[in-house]
Write a protein that binds this ligand. Structure first.
Ligand code: GLP
Length: 258
């Protein structure tokens, strides 16, 4: 697991965007895995800038989002599909219909989740996946106790996650859906390359488990220790509980010294 401890949000965006750009330049038809939440925003901002100023194109790419609330109306701004459209998709040049998300409005959620798995594998699988992490160690909406081999499915959100996300719903917990659909940990692990961004002291405990803890369903992100190509990009605040933070800084500097 590569660990970068960045100075600021611009550097976080640059490091993550370098990995995405490398993937897209080597395969213009790359399949991208997109995530919601505030953590990926520096990446999307930098990719949008490179699209506008440096001609980075997404015209031949496809993209799949990680998860979705169940029960939000199609035009709700916090619907994850709408978030991705507003924060990233509409600012670059994806072709019509090439960005897909799991369907949280389907009457048969199990069938919709199975169809989503098929769509990802029919596209050849995800080449590069961006992730955030929940304060309880979830990735996508794989809450503690998720099977480490889980696939795309409907799930029940923990109160902690609903509480964390209430800030997007006028601070009103009762407005946060109780159900979601999410790619499973087994699904995410099939992405060929994974980039995870975490910032702020609220993520420090989850980050310590992710990078240095035991692999356990209690902290679902720890499954990423079994993936061969993961880059974790942190700020100072989210890295405070890492015992080997100094070593990660030295290692990153040594590998990226020009
Ligand atoms: C939600 C999403 C996750 C995301 C997490 C952290 O629960 N389902 O994919 O990683 O929030 O969000 P943020 O980056 O805003 O802290």
């Amino acid at each position: 697991m590569e660990v970068a401890i960045a100075q600021d949000s611009d550097e976080i965006g640059r490091i993550a965007a370098d990995l995405f750009e490398e993937t897209i330049r080597s395969n213009p038809a790359a399949v991208l895995g997109l995530a919601t939440g505030s953590s990926p925003l520096p990446l999307y901002g930098e990719l949008i800038r490179r699209h506008r100023e440096e001609g980075l194109s997404f015209a031949s790419c496809r993209a799949f989002t990680l998860d979705e609330y169940v029960g939000l109306p199609l035009d709700h701004p916090e619907r994850y599909r709408n978030f991705i459209e507003a924060e990233f998709e509409r600012h670059v040049d994806f072709a019509e219909g090439t960005v897909q998300g799991p369907d949280g409005t389907a009457s048969d959620l199990a069938a919709a989740c199975a169809a989503y798995e098929t769509a990802i594998s029919d596209a050849g699988g995800v080449d590069i996946q961006i992730l955030g992490i929940g304060s309880n160690g979830h990735i996508a909406f794989n809450e503690p106790g998720s099977s480490l081999a889980s696939r795309t499915r409907a799930e029940v959100l923990t109160e902690r996650t609903r509480d964390d996300n209430a800030r997007f719903f006028d601070g009103d917990l009762s407005k946060v859906p109780e159900l979601c659909v999410t790619q499973g940990l087994g699904t995410i692990m099939e992405a060929r390359r994974i980039v995870l961004i975490a910032t702020g002291t609220g993520k420090a405990e989850a980050v310590a488990h992710l990078v240095e803890g035991a692999v356990s369903a209690r902290w679902p992100a720890t499954i990423l220790q079994h993936h061969a190509d993961v880059t974790v990009i942190l700020d100072d605040a989210s890295s405070t509980a890492l015992r080997l933070a100094d070593y990660y800084r030295e290692r990153w500097a040594a590998r990226h010294r020009r």
